[in-house]
Design a protein around this ligand. Sequence first.
Ligand SMILES: C[S@@+](CC[C@H](N)C(=O)[O-])C[C@H]1O[C@@H](n2cnc3c(N)ncnc32)[C@H](O)[C@@H]1O
Length: 200
Amino acid sequence: MDQHLWPYRTPGIPDDLFVRDESVPITKEEVRVIALSKARLREGYRVIDVGSGTGSISIEAAIQVGSTGRVYAIDRDADAIALIRENARRFSITNIEVVQGDAMDVLPSMPEADAVFVGGAGGRMYDIVRLACTRLRSKGRIVVDTIMVESMSSALSAMYDLGLEDVDVTQVVVAKGRRISTGTMLIARNPVLIISAEKP
Ligand SMILES: C[S@@+](CC[C@H](N)C(=O)[O-])C[C@H]1O[C@@H](n2cnc3c(N)ncnc32)[C@H](O)[C@@H]1O
């Protein structure tokens, strides 16, 4: 893997390095860093990224798990699939398998994973978290990120109903400095909810 665009193992690839499209919202750099930290990835891990969008989480995870690990990037949207492929090429990442389809249909055929990210569920968060957990090994971790309070609630209900451990809810509120004529002002971004847990 020749990551000439991001030659580091540390997460936090600048958003501008990804090829993007207005119709596919990216999980922003600072949120991504926290979401990745909640998954506690290691070299050789197998990761599933549900609703992988531009592939930003998948690509960062692929770098974390290294060439002995593998990432399965699932998205139902054809534009997103094209973006993931393009971004994987851009970062010279070869340990990502891109899968087009609805997570409800695709997850049952996924291999057992050490970690699952859920970045999009299309209103089916409860079912997708439950199904995703069937693919998780014992002590594997699931990390959901969402801007919707209903999705947070559904993810939490699924995690509690499944008896997951170490359930954590973190709200990430980021403001970024922007240079103006009189100095640097902070521009607020939408809060994002990160819900994570571990399978017993
Ligand atoms: C907010 S974007 C994900 C952002 C992504 N983490 C990134 O950084 O680009 C949500 C994605 O989830 C996908 N999605 C929503 N519901 C889905 C489902 N049921 N199955 C598969 N993909 C789904 C959408 O097509 C969209 O690309």
